[in-house]
Design a protein around this ligand. Sequence first.
Ligand code: BES
Ligand code: MN
Ligand code: ZN
Length: 491
Amino acid sequence: MKVSIANELTEVDALAVICFEAGDQATSDPELARQDGWLAELRASGEFTGKLYEAVTLYRPQGISAKRLIVIGGGKQGTFSPVELRRIAGVLVRSVRGKGVKSIALSLDQKYVSSGLTAAAAEGALLANWEPDRYKSEPKKNEMRVDFFTVVGENAAATAEALDKGRIIAEGQNFARDLVNEPGNKLTPAVLAEQARGMAAARGLECEVLDSDAMETLGMGALLGVAQGSTNPPFLIVLKYRPEKAMGSEHLTLVGKGVTFDTGGVSIKSADGMEKMKYDMAGAAAAIGAMQAIAQLKPAISVTAYVPTVENAVGGNAQRPGDIVTTLSGKTVEVLNTDAEGRLILADAITYAKRNGATHIVDAATLTGAIAIALGHYNVGAFTNNQALLDKLLKAAGVAGEKVWQLPMDDEYKDYLKSVFADLPNVGGRYGGAITAAWFLKEFADPTPWVHLDIASTAWLDDAKPWLAKGPSGVAVRSFVELACAWSGAN
Ligand code: BES
Ligand code: MN
Ligand code: ZN
């Protein structure tokens, strides 16, 4: 799919316009707004109220050359922002997908053309066009052109740059979704490492991959303990972006949980819904997808991604409940539950990142089912040992249109993590499961400023949204990229 800015309205299969709720009578098209008899009639019919993301298609409306006019609800004009426009562009694409429409123009008044809005529109359109159908014999092809029709005047260069930024970010996010969509038999840790290596080579990033011998030598007992139940060997993928001129000595570090399939291990999961555990590498995919975008957007800060990747399987050599492993940090962990494997591999990756110069760490992990109980499916759960870093992340997430909600990390929660036989157990009790998981990670991240994002309930959509397909959401990519870009002031 191609997205572009059009200064002139050319022949298109569908012209689209945003209309706000009654009372906010305007449309996003100044020309159409002037002759809004059609809109008044449409509203009077009750078929369209302007409610956010509502979509109606009119055929051959009088006075309009396009065959279709798609009217999309913009909600309240006063609160209209890039967040809404991103989804509206998505609703538009998905409302015509598979209907033979080859070209769309979304008409936007100049007042809806800023860098933020333009980037969001491009993102929304490209994200909406993604489908998880690559293993269908006949994947749906959707080669459409989406123009954002507007008069940009003197801001043309900035607008074009914003469009490009949106495209680059959406491509990074769609790459992450492609990786998450791969089933466990196709995407093993070795294949994930190959994918990362290929991306790095294409985008000019440095890539190192540690194999199990290297990790053995280093002493990554926690990561290797998880991996030993699978015949698919584990890896630690390291992707490095170095700017030509760094602004300071800060070193942003992304860490992503890369469990290519999580059976639970000996503490095996129930069969119901286990097939979804192919998405247990969504944090890894987010880090890799973000690095692809960062390589192209070139912020003035060093960024390194660490991706520990394993399969949590139940082979004869699988670790048992009660096993004690020695982490890279030297701390010992009693593995009370082999299904709490994510924190084990992250502990070693975080320690390794610290040893290699990380000054600020942000991890993304499908870490706990408990985060869905706490926050439902709309907010990513965030935890930190450093409020200033989390505030930066929250700000970036706001710009990126990803919802993130902070959860507490009071010292009292640490009391849930007590082991008689080792320094730490890998699970707390029944309560505050997402928090005890975060506390476990904090024991390894301290004192380095660190943020943990639990994306277990947001990385997978059980149902399609009007602007996004069912399946992998690609969450955290946009926040990661925005964080890196905002850090350096580059936009
Ligand atoms: N990968 C799961 C968490 C998860 C659950 C992700 C549901 C996506 C959807 C993680 O490895 C896990 O199994 N966590 C356990 C922890 C428990 C044993 C303390 C959980 O949440 O049940
Ligand atoms: Mn698990
Ligand atoms: Zn897991």
